[in-house]
Design a protein around this ligand. Structure first.
Ligand SMILES: Cc1cc2nc3c(=O)[nH]c(=O)nc-3n(C[C@H](O)[C@H](O)[C@H](O)COP(=O)(O)OP(=O)(O)OC[C@H]3O[C@@H](n4cnc5c(N)ncnc54)[C@H](O)[C@@H]3O)c2cc1C
Length: 267
C-alpha cells in the first residue's frame, strides 16, 4: 500500500528513491472536558473520542488506544446521554428556540458580512503555519508567544472574513468559515496551554530550559476557559492516576534505562 501511495501521489518509485517523510498532525490530545461517564460540566453535553478529554491518555496517547477508547467511551456516552434525556423534563420550547436563534444569528452574520475583506483560505493557512512554527514537535517560549500573538491577530481579522458564496444551501464556503472560527478557538487553547506549561511532558517537548517533566508543578490537566472573547483563561485540574505511573517515553537504550528506573522507584 505504501509503495502504491508513494507512486500515485508523489511519483516516487520506492525501489529507486527514498519515500519523503515529514511530520503531520496525527491526533489531538485533550478536548472537551468530561468525566468517566463522558459528561461535561455543561449538563446534558456528552463527548467521546478525539474531541473529548476523558482523561485516559495522559500527555501522549499510545498507539491504537484511540480506537479502543472509541469502542468503550462511545458506548458509555450514548448510554449516559440517553439516560440523561429520559430523566429530565423536556426543555421549554421557547428557551430552545431562543438558543437556536442566537446560534443562527451568529452564523448568518458570518455569511452576510458584506464588508469583509479577509479570505478564509488565507486565514486558515496562516493559522496552520503559526501552529506549525510555535506548537510543533519541539517548542520554545519565544515561538509559542509569537503563535499566541498571531492567533490573537487572526481572531481579530476573522471578524472581517468574507464568505464569497452567499447562497443558503450546500454552501461549503460558509461551512469552512464557521469551522475556521472554532479552529481558531482550539488553536488558541492549545498555544496558550503550551506556553504556560513550563516543563516537557509527552507530546509537549520544550527546548528552552524546560526539557524535564515537572510533576511537582505540572502533574495536572490544563483547562482553557473562554469567558467573554479574547484569549482563553488557563487553569488546571487534578490528574487521577490509577495503575500507570507517569513515565519517560523513550526508545532504545534510553527507553530501557528509563524503564529500569521506573521499576526501581515504583516496585
Ligand atoms: C493517519 C492516522 C492514523 C491513525 N491510526 C490510528 C491507529 O492505528 N490506531 C488508533 O487507535 N488510532 C489511530 N488514529 C486516530 C484515530 O483514527 C482517531 O482518533 C479516531 O478515528 C477519532 O474518532 P472520532 O470518532 O473521535 O472522530 P472522527 O473520526 O474525526 O469523527 C468525527 C466525525 O464528526 C463529523 N463531523 C464534524 N463536524 C460535524 C458537524 N458539525 N456535524 C456533523 N458531523 C460532523 C466528521 O465528519 C467525522 O465523521 C489515526 C489517525 C490518523 C489521522
Amino acid at each position: 500500500q505504501i509503495y502504491e501511495l508513494a507512486e500515485q501521489f508523489l511519483g516516487v518509485d520506492p525501489a529507486l528513491a527514498p519515500i519523503p517523510v515529514r511530520p503531520a498532525v496525527h491526533y489531538t490530545m485533550g478536548g472537551i472536558l468530561v468525566d468517566g461517564r463522558c459528561a461535561s460540566p455543561l449538563a446534558g453535553l456528552y463527548a467521546a473520542g478525539e474531541c473529548s478529554s476523558v482523561g485516559i491518555h495522559g500527555a501522549n496517547r499510545l498507539g491504537s488506544n484511540s480506537l479502543s477508547e472509541l469502542l468503550v467511551f462511545g458506548r458509555v456516552a450514548g448510554e449516559e446521554a440517553a439516560r440523561f434525556a429520559s430523566s429530565v423534563a423536556p426543555a421549554a420550547p421557547a428557551s430552545v428556540l431562543a438558543q437556536a436563534q442566537a446560534v443562527e444569528q451568529r452564523v448568518l452574520g458570518i455569511r452576510q458580512n458584506t464588508r469583509g475583506n479577509e479570505r478564509i483560505a488565507t486565514l486558515r493557512k496562516e493559522m496552520a503555519q503559526t501552529m506549525e512554527d510555535g506548537c510543533g514537535i519541539y517548542r520554545l517560549a519565544e515561538t509559542m508567544q509569537k503563535t499566541c500573538d498571531k492567533l490573537d491577530e487572526l481572531k481579530e481579522r476573522f471578524k472581517n472574513v468574507r464568505v464569497e458564496d452567499k447562497s443558503s444551501v450546500w454552501n461549503t464556503d460558509w461551512l469552512l468559515a464557521i469551522e475556521l472560527e472554532y479552529q481558531l478557538d482550539v488553536a488558541q487553547a492549545m498555544a496558550y496551554s503550551a506556553i504556560n506549561r513550563r516543563e516537557s511532558r509527552g507530546a509537549h517537548q520544550r527546548l528552552d530550559g524546560f526539557e524535564q517533566r515537572d510533576d511537582v508543578n505540572f502533574l495536572k490537566h490544563t483547562q482553557a476557559h473562554y469567558v467573554a472573547g479574547g484569549a482563553p483563561r488557563i487553569d488546571y485540574g487534578p490528574v487521577k492516576i490509577t495503575k500507570s505511573q507517569p513515565g519517560t517515553r523513550a526508545y532504545g537504550a534510553a527507553g530501557e534505562k528509563a524503564e529500569q528506573e521506573r521499576k526501581a522507584s515504583h516496585g
